[in-house]
Ligand binder design. Structure first.
Ligand code: SF4
Ligand code: SF4
Length: 111
């Protein structure tokens, strides 16, 4: 997932993932800040890609240079291990990863 997801979280990608490896993180005005993919669980089926209305999802192999920091942010999630419960309940967890996502977004804006 890349920066376009921030603020556009409709969770439609999450609903189609066959292995439930997409997680909502952070919180902004009562909604998840964004979603991330756990690369250790993802089977690269691409089902989530066409679901995204803002083209926030792309396979690692086609991520442009300026968006490559997002690969690391998605991977940071997996280092924490699995979280149980529905995505909405997880939105308040992993706030520090969400903060990292926000920092990347701020850097992109400033560039
Ligand atoms: S590409 Fe990965 S994240 Fe997307 S639907 Fe398939 S398994 Fe889930
Ligand atoms: S479909 Fe796109 S904008 Fe919506 S939650 Fe998934 S990645 Fe984010």
């Amino acid at each position: 997932m890349t920066s376009n997801c921030i603020g556009s979280v409709d969770l439609s990608c999450l609903e189609v993932c066959p292995v439930d490896c997409i997680y909502a993180i952070g919180e902004s005005e009562g909604e998840p800040l964004m979603v991330v993919i756990d690369p250790t669980e993802c089977i690269s089926c691409s089902k989530c890609v066409p679901e995204c209305p803002v083209e926030a999802i792309m396979m690692d192999s086609v991520v442009p240079e300026e968006l490559k920091p997002w690969i690391e942010i998605n991977a940071m999630h997996s280092e924490r291990g699995d979280l149980d419960g529905p995505a909405e309940d997880r939105a308040h967890e992993h706030q520090d990863i969400a903060d990292a996502a926000q920092a990347v977004l701020d850097r992109e804006k400033a560039a």
